[in-house]
Write a protein that binds this ligand. Structure first.
Ligand SMILES: NC(=O)c1ccc[n+]([C@@H]2O[C@H](COP(=O)([O-])OP(=O)(O)OC[C@H]3O[C@@H](n4cnc5c(N)ncnc54)[C@H](OP(=O)(O)O)[C@@H]3O)[C@@H](O)[C@H]2O)c1
Length: 176
């Protein structure tokens, strides 16, 4: 039995970002790793949904520049932030810059993740390899959520995790 008879490579009508009910007008959206792959597709959908401002995070400036060029659309301001989400100092500096510019994030999409195979606990690397993945997929994400929440409560403020591994980690760490 074919459990997935149809594969979509673009948003279909029911979830189209152009639907008025999904409008992101007047909203500021921050996407980690929003410059390539699935993150770029997410960035593109938020631009199509009319987000007022998109903040794209990534480590390579060339990837961010290319994303900006491909996403440019009147009505959406694009801010590029060359940040390693795994860097405690880098993330702290990012949120300090946003505070300085009075940028309040409405929607945060935690897309960047370490998605390689789960390390073999009993094999090469052992606990250290597991710890490295945990550090990024759990701790780094928690630091982003903490900074996001520290901006203060606001109607409609929401954070999403794209990777199941990140979500699982946050569920374990956050208890819900
Ligand atoms: N690919 C799949 O089949 C698949 C399936 C289901 C879910 N997902 C989930 O979708 C998400 C994206 O997957 P993908 O395949 O599109 O990933 P990808 O191709 O590896 O892209 C990751 C993006 O995140 C950025 N990034 C990576 N590490 C970063 C860091 N430490 N700090 C800041 N930016 C960082 C990368 O740019 P830089 O390298 O320049 O930093 C890149 O733009 C992941 O959460 C993954 O678990 C993927």
């Amino acid at each position: 039995m074919d459990l997935t008879p149809t594969y979509h490579t673009t948003p279909y009508a029911a979830i189209s970002p152009s639907l008025r009910t999904l409008s992101q007008a007047n909203r500021t959206v921050l996407i980690t790793g929003g410059g390539s792959g699935i993150g770029l597709a997410i960035s593109s959908a938020f631009v199509a949904a009319g987000a007022a401002r998109l903040i794209i995070l990534g480590r390579r400036q060339s990837v961010l520049d290319a994303a900006e060029a491909s996403l440019a659309r009147p009505g959406t301001e694009i801010l590029l932030e060359q940040v390693d989400v795994g860097s405690v100092a880098g993330v702290a500096a990012l949120w300090a810059r946003l505070a300085e510019r009075k940028v309040d994030v409405d929607v945060m999409v935690l897309n960047a993740a370490i998605t390689s195979a789960v390390p073999d606990l009993v094999g090469e690397g052992g606990p250290e390899a597991v710890a490295a993945m945990y550090e990024f997929n759990v701790m780094a994400q928690l630091r982003m959520v903490q900074a996001f929440l520290r901006q203060g409560a606001k109607e409609g403020k929401v954070s999403f995790g794209v990777s199941g591994r990140v979500e699982a980690g946050l569920t374990v760490a956050g208890g819900g």
